[in-house]
Design a binder for this molecule. Structure first.
Ligand code: NAP
Length: 311
């Protein structure tokens, strides 16, 4: 599909792209660059690419497809470095979790003849770094592309084909809509998880140890999300502020209603909401975005042991 793909940033997402590109045979050459020497050495030891460099400009030279896989907050500096080295006719994309900011920062620095098509794979885990990646990460997931109004149609088609070859379904939407949808489906849920885990951390020591001990009753699931990369998530809240504040406002109003229902012992209101939310989980499972296995199908969980007959 491409002669040369350059990945700038080689953490969870970059390394997963590299492994999947290799597996699917989508490029003759994968060039990898990152900021720190130990990260680059790790990528090389894992044989994620064909060439390795600490210079992003060197990596993108002659590349037909360049994908920025760094935290969003690094885009401005990375663009300043790579812009003069980008090949005419190349497609430039990214995987960042916030899309209007990506357009605002990258578009003005784009050299003539380079086609920018922002992207966001809706796939990830709470792990980071080159060794966190795996080829199947994007399989059966969505990838959202948010091309600007004057984007090159052929470049959008090529990038759509690329993500489909990685196993994703592609949806095209405008950047502000993406940022609003992701604010409520991803960004605010992360904020809630960071908040509740932070609250526990502030509790007195005795209570905290009980919370850790009995965490399987629900808290544990928040800790998985709250273990996500601090720099990546700092940048999400710095660059998607308006959409997050809008959705957070709605969330706080609804939380007030729930607060009142608990205070007033309003059983019917509580039961009505909990019935509605159960149906939402069902529809996520039906859409293939979650497993129906009990306890998220955790290996080693009591449910898993019951299924496999293990002791
Ligand atoms: P990650 O595992 O932490 O990897 C980030 C990579 O970027 C590392 O190679 C890091 O290299 C490099 N980097 C960090 N700061 C840099 C800077 N200032 N300049 C140049 N390189 C820098 O992160 P990730 O999870 O792959 O996320 C990468 C992007 O994907 C983010 O924009 C995020 O919003 C998006 N995304 C993440 C997920 C997810 O679930 N994790 C899902 C979808 C999209 P060094 O070690 O050399 O600094």
């Amino acid at each position: 599909m491409f002669e040369k793909i350059a990945l700038v940033g080689i953490g969870l997402i970059g390394s997963s792209i590299a492994l999947s590109v290799r597996q699917q045979g989508l490029a003759r050459h994968i060039a990898i660059s990152t900021r720190k020497a130990p990260t680059l050495a790790e990528a090389e030891a894992l044989r994620l690419g064909d060439s390795y460099t600490l210079s992003a400009a060197e990596a993108v030279r002659d590349a037909d497809l360049v994908v920025l896989c760094t935290p969003v907050g690094a885009y401005e500096a990375v663009m300043a470095e790579i812009a003069p080295a980008l090949k005419r006719g190349a497609i430039l994309s990214d995987v960042g979790s916030v899309k209007q900011y990506a357009l605002d920062v990258i578009q003005p620095l784009l050299p003539e003849g380079v086609h920018f098509v922002p992207g966001h794979p809706l796939a990830g885990t709470e792990y980071s770094g080159p060794s966190a990646g795996f080829a199947a990460l994007f399989r059966g997931r969505w990838c959202i592309l948010t091309p600007g109004t004057d984007a090159d149609a052929q470049a959008v088609r090529m990038l759509t084909g690329f993500w489909e070859a990685l196993g994703s379904s592609v949806e095209v939407m405008d950047a502000p809509h993406h940022d609003l949808v992701l604010a409520i489906t991803s960004h605010v849920p992360h904020l809630i998880a960071y908040n509740i885990v932070g609250t526990v951390d502030d509790l007195a020591n005795d209570t905290k140890s009980e919370v850790i001990k009995f965490s399987a009753s629900g808290f544990r699931d928040f800790t998985r999300i709250a273990a996500s990369d601090p720099v990546m998530w700092r940048d999400v809240f710095l660059t998607n502020r308006d959409a997050v504040l809008e959705m957070l406002g709605r969330f706080l109003v609804d939380l007030d209603v729930l607060h009142a229902a608990v205070r007033d012992g309003d059983g019917p209101a509580l039961e009505a909401l909990f019935t509605r939310t159960r149906a939402i989980r069902r529809s996520i499972i039906d859409a293939g975005q979650e497993t129906a296995a009990a306890d998220f199908g955790r290996v080693g969980s009591p449910q898993d042991q019951a299924r496999t007959g293990a002791e």
